[in-house]
Design a protein around this ligand. Structure first.
Ligand code: Y39
Ligand code: FE
Ligand code: FE
Ligand code: FE
Length: 230
């Protein structure tokens, strides 16, 4: 019987697929590794949430191991130097903010921007993943919503004092996400992940998070589209 909706058959063993996977898989592994570091750092300073944050850090470590297994399962060697360079602008901004004591900026970078990026990427990947990676990714994405929720709750509770810093940090960091997406657009498409779908999922999740924290709808629109056209 013909399929009603044409979904192209993906050859997970083709050289083209594996080449693109070596970069996307590396990005995800590096992202999980850095997320683990970031939550361990946050745990040092947000001492009243230390145990929660260490739990989130542990989850990130588990995610990393799951995605390493996805690469091994396809016989792909992740291109870690590419991934490290890919994350370095956000990584550097997190570390600079940390040194300056800007915890709100650190939370925006990790718990809002990077978590939302992960949620968009994993949601769009799940329907086009191989069976092994799909099961892993389904488990991971549930955790990422918990991580985003941690950031939302903290920032909501501290909204009045955090608002101006959030706006500045958003202006500095959100444009980096759109640049990162442009860098991997071609590889993502090889995996069956369309850029438009990634952008749409990102905007929805990020906008909802900003609204939950306390921004009004005009502010949400302005903040979540920052740097998109660039
Ligand atoms: O909190 C987390 O687990 C986030 C670190 C993981 C980052 C995932 C970054 C995904 C970007 C993939 C881009 C594919 C198009
Ligand atoms: Fe680091
Ligand atoms: Fe994760
Ligand atoms: Fe996470």
């Amino acid at each position: 019987m013909p399929q009603l909706e044409a979904s192209p058959v993906i050859d997970f063993q083709s050289e083209g697929y594996k080449d693109a996977y070596s970069r996307i898989n590396a990005i995800v592994i590096e992202g999980e590794l850095e997320a683990n570091d970031n939550y361990k750092q946050l745990a040092e300073r947000l001492s009243e949430h230390k145990d929660d944050l260490l739990k989130l850090a542990k989850m990130e470590n588990r995610h990393m191991k799951g995605f390493q297994a996805c690469g091994r399962n396809l016989d792909v060697t992740p291109d870690m130097p590419f991934a490290k360079a890919f994350f370095s602008p956000l990584h550097d901004n997190f570390q600079t903010a940390w040194q300056e004591g800007k915890i709100v900026t650190c939370l925006l970078i990790q718990s809002l921007i990077i978590e939302t990026f992960a949620i968009a990427a994993y949601n769009i990947y799940i329907p086009v993943a191989d069976d092994f990676a799909r099961k892993i990714t389904e488990g991971v994405v549930k955790d990422e919503y918990l991580h985003l929720n941690f950031g939302e709750e903290w920032l909501k509770a501290n909204f009045a004092e955090a608002k101006a810093e959030l706006e500045a940090a958003n202006r500095q960091n959100l444009p980096l996400v759109w640049k990162m997406l442009n860098q991997v657009e071609t590889d993502a498409a090889v995996l069956g992940m369309e850029k438009d779908a990634l952008v749409e999922d990102f905007m929805i999740t990020y906008g909802e998070a900003l609204a939950n924290i306390g921004f009004n709808s005009r502010e949400v629109m302005k903040l979540s589209a920052q740097g998109l056209a660039a």
